[in-house]
Design a protein around this ligand. Structure first.
Ligand code: NAP
Length: 447
């Protein structure tokens, strides 16, 4: 591993140098273990501690098959899917790995009693498999997390519709929270030259998801002037959604749960902010029914802020606790676009709120190849910025995931893999110097 790191840190190693480095037979990664999948049985979700189930382990280096690449990972980040994997909810992820191995014989090596997690990375290509041309050893890259086989015709227009669609590092093994990672080569994208390793690794999953959810025609097709209600606006998805709404010429109404988070989204440029904690919004009454009075109070609050407008778009992901209100407050003809259910999958809404006001509910999930590429291009061009609030070493990934599970974080939480310290990897210092005030404004509270 030392040779690999020396080559990367030297900044002058050639493609031939990288090809000459021998790939270690094993590497260190952040794993959950099949033998521990029942460790939290019977516990409340909030009490399941990712720091107990995530372990640093040496794992055998996987074979690089046709169309694949092995990447030396300098940095990765925590996504909420790391939390789901670590608390074994809604299911332990080992079933996904077994299914992958059954469906695709070449993927048999993914079905192991360990699961190396992580759906983001920034690093350097070390090896490529047969048939890979665009990216080569030595290229600095980030990876998006869409893994598809591309054999079924259903996915040829929109790769998210491929029946073999999987999220890398969640539904496949050998993810990014590790010294090395195995990806399909078509997950690779150029690393933004003005960002350091950990900043580069922060955006992929959430930024691509938000791009499909808000900007793409597969989501809400946001346009200039739209009012967009952003739940969890200082969180992973939300901090990128707030940026997308602002730089797309639309108007975010940001929902957060503390004065610090309100300050953070204001510093990003949002003017209309609701602190849900301060105002005590709770959309279910004691008997478990939707509380229409409370939803009306929330809708009136939004109108107060916007000067009378209801949201054209609601960016949904908290799920059960907010979904009824999201459908209620959306404008007549508006769109609720949902990609998750953090507080529960069993959503309740009053269908009259939907059909009588001709609203739409749109489901989206991650992003297709094209959307992920376009989302990364915005980061490369300095139009969307990483929102890191903290960076942990690989050995601290469990603590980092626990912070996210406990909703104690803002924006994204980074993890250093091979990078010996934060702040390395910038290859366009002029661009960085030009954008530094912006970068600092978005990095959530400094790192
Ligand atoms: P995150 O960084 O934890 O941010 C989520 C935010 O949601 C929090 O900051 C919190 O903000 C807010 N929130 C949490 N519980 C809430 C509740 N009960 N009511 C209102 N707001 C609540 O997580 P993330 O990365 O944004 O991910 C959010 C969800 O989306 C997760 O379930 C994740 O698995 C899912 N996701 C799905 C996809 C996909 O492709 N389908 C992609 C990315 C993420 P405040 O406390 O400040 O309000």
């Amino acid at each position: 591993m030392e040779q690999i790191l020396d080559a990367i840190l030297s900044g002058s190693a050639t493609r031939a140098d990288y090809s000459a480095i021998s790939v270690p037979e094993a590497y260190t990664g952040v794993v959950v273990l099949a033998e521990e999948a029942e460790m939290f049985a019977g516990m409340a979700t909030a009490d399941k501690n990712p720091a107990k189930s995530l372990h640093l382990r040496d794992v055998p280096t996987p074979q690089v098959g046709p169309g694949e690449a092995l990447v030396a990972v300098m940095a990765s980040s925590i996504n909420y899917n790391t939390v789901w994997s670590a608390i074994f909810e809604p299911l332990p992820t080992f079933g996904f790995l077994a299914r992958y191995a059954r469906a695709v014989p070449a993927a048999a090596q993914h079905d192991k009693p360990f699961h190396v997690l992580g759906s983001d990375l920034a690093g350097v290509v070390l090896r490529t498999g047969e048939g890979v041309h665009r990216f080569q050893p030595g290229d600095q890259v980030v990876a998006h997390c869409l893994s598809v086989e591309l054999e079924a015709p259903e996915g040829h227009d929109d790769t998210m519709l491929d029946p073999g669609q999987r999220i890398w590092g969640y539904e496949t093994n050998y993810g990014g929270l590790a010294q090395l990672a195995l990806v399909k080569a078509n997950q690779l994208m150029p690393k933004p030259a003005h960002l350091n390793w950990e900043e580069s690794a922060a955006s992929g999953l959430v930024n691509s998801t938000v791009y499909r959810q808000l900007v793409s025609g597969n989501g809400a097709t946001m346009k200039q002037g739209d009012v967009v209600l952003v739940w969890g606006a200082a969180g992973g998805l939300g901090s990128y959604a707030t940026q997308s709404v602002l730089n797309g010429g639309a108007i975010p109404v940001c929902v957060v749960s503390s004065a610090e988070k309100a300050e953070l989204v204001r510093s990003m440029g949002a003017e209309l902010v609701i602190d849900r904690q301060e105002h005590g919004y709770k959309f279910f009454s004691e008997d478990g029914a939707l509380d229409r009075r409370e939803m009306r109070r929330f809708g009136a609050h939004i109108r107060d802020l916007t000067g009378g407008d209801d949201p054209d778009i609601v960016l949904e992901h908290p799920g059960r606790e907010t979904f009824g209100a999201s459908v209620y407050v959306a404008k007549r003809g508006g769109t609720v676009v949902t990609c998750a259910s953090t507080s529960g999958y069993d959503h309740h809404y009053d269908n009259r709120d939907l059909w009588m006001s001709v609203k739409r509910i749109v489901g989206t999930h991650f992003a297709n190849y094209r959307e992920a590429w376009l989302a990364n291009r915005l980061v490369e061009k300095g139009m969307i910025h990483p929102t890191l609030s903290a960076v942990y070493p690989l050995s601290g990934a469990g603590r980092a995931a626990a912070e996210v599970h406990g909703n104690h974080h803002s924006g994204k939480v980074g993890v250093l893999a091979l990078a010996p310290q934060a702040g390395l990897g910038v290859t366009d210092p002029e661009m960085r110097a030009r954008l530094l005030p912006e970068i600092n404004r978005f990095n959530a509270g400094g790192v």
